[in-house]
Design a protein around this ligand. Sequence first.
Ligand SMILES: NC(=O)C1=CN([C@@H]2O[C@H](COP(=O)(O)OP(=O)(O)OC[C@H]3O[C@@H](n4cnc5c(N)ncnc54)[C@H](O)[C@@H]3O)[C@@H](O)[C@H]2O)C=CC1
Ligand SMILES: O=C([O-])CC(=O)C(=O)O
Length: 301
Amino acid sequence: MSPLVSALHLYDIANVKGVAADLSHCNTPSQVLDFTGPSELANCLKGVDVAVIPAGVPRKPGMTRDDLFIINAGIVKTLVEAVADNCPEAFIHIISNPVNSTVPIAAEVLKQKGVYNPKKLFGVTTLDVVRANTFVTQKKNLKLIDVDVPVVGGHAGITILPLLSKTRPSVTFTNEETEELTKRIQNAGTEVVEAKAGAGSATLSMSYAAARFVESSLHALAGDPDVYECTFVQSELTELMFFASRVKLGKNGVESIISADLEGLTEYETKALEALQPELKASIEKGIEFVHKQQAAAKSA
Ligand SMILES: NC(=O)C1=CN([C@@H]2O[C@H](COP(=O)(O)OP(=O)(O)OC[C@H]3O[C@@H](n4cnc5c(N)ncnc54)[C@H](O)[C@@H]3O)[C@@H](O)[C@H]2O)C=CC1
Ligand SMILES: O=C([O-])CC(=O)C(=O)O
């Protein structure tokens, strides 16, 4: 790995074994980073090319991802402020939920700091693709390495939309299979939360997904011309300000958004795409409003 390309997982580095991380300039042990204060955080962020933010509380059974907003919104805002101040050119990967709102929060913070680059802010939705690929592989007796299902929309419930008709290699599904697989992929996070019965949400699979997305980012930064991932980014694919889709990654972040995935959708996918938009719009607006309210409160204080 080029010394210029370093990745910093802002918290719980042990969770992302396999991520290429250059933490030599940090004073803390690299296994578990426990930032003791803003100056240590600032030191660790200097010169970082990829900053990953997974900090925050996970769900317990019965909660939606949106129920985490009340705690995680402020955490993400604070950490993105630190990224803006110390490594404004970095790719920023937001894992903390609710991703549908925390990414818009991050965008507003970066705008306030005058360093927003929409091509370098990513909501990490890789786990949805990992799950879609796994479940399709199991259902159709394929080889996991061959399968790629684009997952678009957002990262919560019905906003997660696997485009099964666009599966590569080409696979056909009955209506029942499409419905069953779509629901399974949309509910997979909740399935894990319930199985863990209060002990948190997906961690190992998330670590794998985070590592995959960081590795793809490092390849893009290193000049690899063929890097594609699904991610929740500022987008003009729909009327929504942010939308997850396949994107081509390059040295400067998002090089292009792959619009072809939304062409020629099945009737099921078209309806699901329409149905997800009001919920996703509300989550995006909630994130933006949170930052604006905090800004107004700070001004009047
Ligand atoms: N985007 C995705 O696909 C996924 C997102 N998640 C989300 O990732 C987040 C973390 O989940 P887990 O790692 O399982 O939770 P966890 O409880 O195991 O770890 C959270 C970490 O955040 C740290 N933290 C809490 N407040 C902080 C602050 N103010 N500043 C810095 N660090 C702070 C905690 O000390 C802890 O180390 C949750 O919001 C969860 O919903 C989890 C899985 C998948
Ligand atoms: O479901 C959760 O709370 C964690 C998450 O985002 C996922 O596993 O996809």
